[in-house]
Design a protein around this ligand. Structure first.
Ligand code: UD1
Length: 427
């Protein structure tokens, strides 16, 4: 069994560079399907979710050349299948992002229905309702969704019930090839959606309003391949800023390779907790916080506080001088990490989608298990501050979205390593 072993109590100093954003890279890879020919993506993170999306694309006939560790040339000229199979969708729900581009280019898609996952039900009903409005017909059979738009996609007005990131992206990617104009109202505004719209516009699409609640897409007859750089990962940046806030030595920790504007609400809330940041030429520098103020945070779609930073924020608040409250509004099961943090000495009480956190003076190292991607990273960070050794298992969750997490933390001076331990004997 692979684990990450952390020896707590060592200061962090220096500069760390974040990779390209997972949530952008996955959608940009899917979007290459819209432009026959070879699109080159740079600053692609080398993480396991990207490898899964690579498998989805290759499975439908695309070829992928890895030009260097962070540069992929994806040729979608010879795509001859329209299916995202169950074994890949079950591994990574974001595989469903190929539905919009497959419909846009070929008018058909066969996508395995995503089952429940450890973040809750994660339905795709809004994707389907929006695509139906564009003229797509759906059928479900044997665990698969069959989507048919061979009669053509027609631009229309779609109002999303909730500003879903995935639904906004699938609708944008289908409607770029529709006849006429599509207007998505209550669209998600995440920076990764702006990145997707930018690449599609470079390819010849006519999308305006990305990053606002109303996105307008004027359909075009074809798109052409381009070269595009993936935006820096704001969540990876936020994760390292939390590590620095808790453990930086006198010189502080600088995080580079992302746009600090993408973390506005996170920075505002962290400043209210007493953490101080300094703008540098390439990013942000964080100093170690002396006394953590308690906080009230609720997760919301961008520009609200991101759910993907919630476990990291809870780790900080668990060490605050007082009582904090964190409300999770996006995913129903995203507090599973809290019970692991309790094993390290945190005092957290969960009631439905609220967490009441009574600050403690420190964590103690323990064996804990990553419940999911962000929760796993937060446990490693908790281990950096803890007294003694922390062993985090189920680290494949962390590898889904953090490139060289252990190596990057080590480069800052953390005492952290990958290790292998025997599987527990269960008989
Ligand atoms: C994306 C991100 C994820 C982030 C989330 C919210 C990727 C690969 N993942 O996920 O890291 O945490 O945005 O910022 O980009 N919902 C429905 N029906 C739908 C669609 C969504 O009920 O048709 C619900 C989901 O179950 C969830 C909420 O809406 O509770 C938010 O989902 P959504 O914004 O779509 O997130 P994802 O695109 O799945």
């Amino acid at each position: 069994m692979d684990i990450i072993r952390v020896e707590g109590g060592h200061h962090l100093e220096g500069s760390v560079s974040v990779s390209g954003a997972k949530n952008s890279a996955l959608k940009l890879m899917a979007a290459t399907l819209l432009a026959p020919g070879a699109t080159t993506l740079t600053n692609v993170p080398n993480i396991s979710d990207v490898h899964v999306m690579g498998k989805v694309l290759k499975g439908i006939g695309a070829t992928i050349d890895v030009l260097d560790e962070h540069t992929l040339r994806i040729d979608t000229s010879s795509v001859d299948s329209w299916e995202a199979p169950y074994e890949l969708v079950a591994k990574m729900r974001a595989s469903t992002a190929v539905m919009g581009p497959l419909l846009g280019r070929f008018g058909k898609a066969k996508i395995a229905m995503p089952g429940g996952c450890n973040l809750g039900a994660r339905k795709i009903d809004m994707h389907i309702l929006g695509l139906e409005a564009l003229g797509v017909e759906f059928d479900t059979e044997h665990g698969y969704i069959y989507a048919d738009a061979r009669a053509g996609l027609t631009g229309t007005n779609v109002t999303l019930e909730f500003a879903s990131v995935g639904a906004t992206e699938n609708l944008i990617m289908a409607s770029v090839r529709a006849t006429g104009t599509t207007v998505i109202d209550n669209a998600a505004r995440e920076p990764e959606i702006v990145d997707l719209a930018s690449m599609l516009n470079e390819m010849g699409a006519k999308i305006s309003g990305a990053g606002t609640p109303v996105v307008t897409i004027e359909g075009v007859p074809e798109l052409h391949p381009v070269e595009h750089r993936v935006v820096g990962d704001r969540i990876e940046a936020g994760t390292f800023l939390v590590a620095g806030a808790l453990m930086a030595g006198p010189a502080g920790v600088e995080v580079i390779g992302f746009n600090p504007m993408h973390l506005n609400m996170v920075i505002r809330k962290f400043e209210a907790m007493g953490i101080s940041f300094e703008r540098t030429a390439d990013g942000l520098k964080v100093s170690r916080v002396e006394r953590i103020e308690p906080i009230d945070i609720q997760t919301l779609p961008f520009p609200g506080f991101p759910t993907d930073m919630q476990p990291q924020a809870m780790t900080v608040s668990a060490l605050a001088d007082g009582n904090s409250i964190i409300t999770e509004n996006i995913f129903e099961n995203r507090f599973m990490f809290a019970s692991e943090l309790v094993r390290m000495g945190a005092d957290i009480h969960i009631e439905s989608h609220h967490a009441m956190i009574h600050g403690v003076s420190g964590f103690s190292g323990a064996q804990v298990s990553s419940p999911d991607l962000r929760g796993g990273a937060a446990l490693v960070i908790a281990g950096l501050t803890a007294e003694g050794i922390t062993e985090v298992s189920a680290v494949h969750h962390i590898a889904r979205g953090y490139e060289r997490f252990v190596e990057k933390l080590s480069s800052l001076g953390a005492h952290v390593e990958h290790a292998s331990v025997p599987d527990p004997d269960l008989d």
